[in-house]
Design a protein around this ligand. Structure first.
Ligand code: SF4
Length: 211
């Protein structure tokens, strides 16, 4: 993390860079205020890849994706959907934490199109390494990145199976949405939607493997 006294103009950005590591990445300015880049995790050749938005505060500090409450919710949803955790590779559309300071807390800021686009470089590397049969897009930012379509909306695509670049794409809510929903009924509904999407992803993998 560079000194906070640097101005935005001072921050190195090399949009066409092809860096060898997340730590060397300067394709957008998000490297500047983050503790570290957070790569995806999970078995190589996992048939399912779950793509979230970006690392949160805890993930940024730990250097691991989906730790903390969102990760716990996802683990519970996978168990309820009957999907083996070993069949899943987890990652984010954007690998550095974007935040702004409110009081003493680092508050999440949604990545912009340019940042999502810049960071697709890394998602493509993960696609090449893992070659998932099904991609579960967790939330609107992930869906835009996965579909390579910045006009894609989440709600209109919930419950559908889409396809992009030869992969099946199952859109659903981000686990943070289910955690933040204002009342018990909406939390329950959002959680159920995530479980249904994961169950569907598991079914698609089994159908694909039977061919
Ligand atoms: Fe590179 Fe992605 Fe980090 Fe931007 S967010 S600096 S593209 S790794």
């Amino acid at each position: 993390m560079a000194a906070h006294s640097d101005t935005v103009a001072d921050v190195t950005v090399i949009p066409d860079q092809q860096p060898a590591s997340l730590e060397a990445c300067r394709r957008c300015r998000l490297w500047h205020d983050a503790t570290q880049g957070v790569a995806g995790e999970g078995p190589r050749q996992a048939p399912i890849m779950m793509v979230g938005e970006q690392p949160g505060d805890k993930e940024d500090l730990a250097g691991k994706p989906f730790v903390g409450p969102a990760g716990a919710l996802l683990d519970a949803a996978l168990a309820d959907a009957g999907v083996d955790r070993d069949d899943v590779f987890v990652t984010n559309a954007v690998k550095h934490f974007k935040w702004s300071l409110r009081g003493k807390r680092r508050m999440h800021k949604t990545p912009g199109q340019r940042e999502i686009e810049a960071c697709r470089y890394w998602l493509e590397k993960e696609y090449a390494a893992v070659d998932p049969r099904v991609v579960v897009a967790l939330g609107a930012t992930a869906l835009k990145s996965v579909l390579h379509d910045y006009r894609a909306g989440l709600r209109m695509n919930l419950g559908k199976v889409l396809s992009c670049e030869g992969r099946l794409v199952v859109p659903t809510y981000h686990p943070s949405y289910a955690l933040r929903a204002p009342d018990e009924a909406s939390r329950h509904e959002a959680y159920g939607t995530i479980v249904d999407a994961l169950r569907h992803a598991g079914r698609l993998v089994r159908q694909h493997d039977r061919r």
